[in-house]
Design a protein around this ligand. Structure first.
Ligand SMILES: *Cc1c(COP(=O)(O)O)cnc(C)c1O
Length: 478
């Protein structure tokens, strides 16, 4: 039987070096490789095997990784991946994951460096967004759970301590967000037991930002009907088109109404790192809480979401639990209170902050802001090429880094046709783009998020979409 740590490390060490070399080869070759390829049935079947009783050894496990796993990744590391708002990761972040794995820190609590690094990252994020230095926060899986944590803090702030024991007792709490809000926000209302419908989806203006008059009318109507409006969720970077709500105006309405102001800034938060685009998220520093991801525009590896809460005590009020084995002390390893496990839902937590800390130490926020600017410039370039193409029609403005358009030759079945085009393009391995729905019609969507993307990576996309549409017209959808 194998032991988990070998007596002789030399073989495993050599294997580790080979893994790192292979992965650098892969990163260097991303530009030439297919973005994504479908997994053959035989490969898929290989992952339906019974659990091995005896191991095959690290070298064979790695051979299996190289043959059956690495070739079939989703492709978001590629410069020609524009399918969804997904970051490309970076090499320093990758190495940091190796280092974090070596330390194997449990960042739920106690007095050790993992928590200090996490506090540093949270403080950096607060500084970047213009929140106070004392802002509380945590690294979490992503903005979905960050939005959920924010909602629970807002609920605790509105209802007081009793809500944690007694629940809502029939009180009808309502929240408000723009109609293009990410699905995880109504999902958070659902998970919190408020009901997804308690998040009112407010109409968009022509700029696809929340209509402020409609918001105020919705709040007034709910109050008149006996509900308790308690939370406004601004969107900074809507997932469909990249629109950013007027955050300063939302902050003012929330203050006037005595409501919690949260911002879902999953990717838009990074605009704050760009001197040229910081103005787009003006007002974000007035928020009571902000959810965002380092794993999107900040190019840190998955997963690395972040929740910031202006009043750190409120995180403790919303989440702290008594448990004798988690008692904190003034000295020793049980010191260092407050602990992350009392500020959010998780007890055991990995060292997510390290890859963020190392990426920012290595490159600085100016480089991240530069990536934001480059992506937005590339999106504008793509939009121009779409506008110049005879059978392509753009479906939304491009305020940030997302271009929504479609093949439109004036013929029938454009929704089905464009869905087929997206799949054809994906299966070609040349690009990954996705689809969404804009004002009721199927759109193609290119989100430019990756620091590796250059003009050469997008310049053929409009022509490729046109050609795919023309080919489909000659050979109807099967
Ligand atoms: C990506 C995204 C989310 C969800 O974030 P995850 O990190 O995937 O959980 C929420 N809101 C917006 C606007 C997003 O773009």
């Amino acid at each position: 039987m194998a032991t988990l740590d070998p007596e002789d490390w030399s073989e495993l060490r050599a294997l580790g070096h080979r893994m790192i070399d292979d992965m650098f080869d892969r990163l260097e070759g991303l530009g030439a490789a297919p973005v994504w390829q479908p997994m053959p049935d035989a490969v898929r079947a290989g992952f339906r095997a019974p659990v091995p009783r005896e191991g095959s050894g690290a070298a064979r496990a790695y051979d299996a990784f190289a043959a059956r796993i690495a070739p079939y990744a989703s492709g978001n590391t590629s410069p020609r991946f524009m399918g969804w708002v997904q970051g490309g990761g970076n090499a320093v972040g990758m190495l940091a994951e190796l280092l974090a794995g070596g330390l194997n820190e449990n960042c739920g609590g106690r007095d050790h460096v993992g928590l200090e690094v996490e506090r540093q990252v949270v403080a950096w994020a607060a500084e970047l967004l213009g929140l106070p230095a004392a802002t509380g926060g945590l690294m979490v899986t992503g903005s979905s759970i960050a939005n959920f944590i924010a909602l629970l803090c807002a609920r605790r702030a509105h209802c007081g301590a009793a809500v944690r024991q007694d629940g809502l007792g029939g009180r009808r709490l309502t929240g408000y967000a723009q109609a293009g809000v990410h699905r995880c926000v109504p999902g958070a209302f659902d998970m919190a037991g408020l009901g997804g419908a308690a998040l009112r989806r407010v109409a968009l203006g022509a700029d696809r930002r929340i209509d402020l008059a409609a918001l105020e009318a919705a709040i007034a109507a709910d109050r008149a009907a006996g509900a308790e409006p308690f939370m406004i969720v601004g969107t900074a970077g809507s997932v469909d088109v990249g629109a950013i709500d007027d955050l300063a105006a939302l902050a003012a309405i929330a203050r006037r109404e005595g409501m919690w102001f949260h911002v879902d800034a999953a990717f838009g938060a990074l605009a704050a790192a760009s001197p040229a685009r910081r103005e787009l998220v003006a007002g974000i520093g007035e928020a009571d809480s902000v959810a965002f991801d380092f794993h999107k525009w900040a190019q840190v590896q998955y997963d690395s979401g972040c929740i910031l809460v202006r009043d750190r005590q409120l995180m403790l009020d919303a989440f702290a639990q008594d448990a004798s084995y988690l008692t904190t002390t003034a000295r020793g390893l049980s010191g260092g209170a407050p602990w992350p496990c009392d500020m959010g839902p998780d007890l055991s937590r990995g060292f997510r902050a390290l890859k963020v800390w190392m990426t920012i130490e290595a490159y600085g926020t100016a480089a991240l802001g530069g990536i934001v600017d480059d992506c937005c410039a590339l999106a504008a370039r793509l939009a121009a090429s779409v506008d110049a193409a005879p059978r392509l029609a753009r479906l939304a403005p491009v305020p940030l880094n997302i271009v929504c358009f479609r093949y439109d030759d004036g013929g029938a079945e454009l929704d089905a046709l464009n869905a087929a085009i997206a799949a054809d393009i994906q299966e070609s391995g040349r690009y990954v783009i996705s689809t969404t729905t804009i004002d009721g019609v199927r759109a193609l969507r290119a989100a430019i998020v990756n620091h590796r993307t250059r003009a050469a990576d997008i310049d053929g996309l409009a022509a490729a979409v046109s050609a795919a549409g023309d080919a489909r017209r000659r050979e109807p959808i099967g």
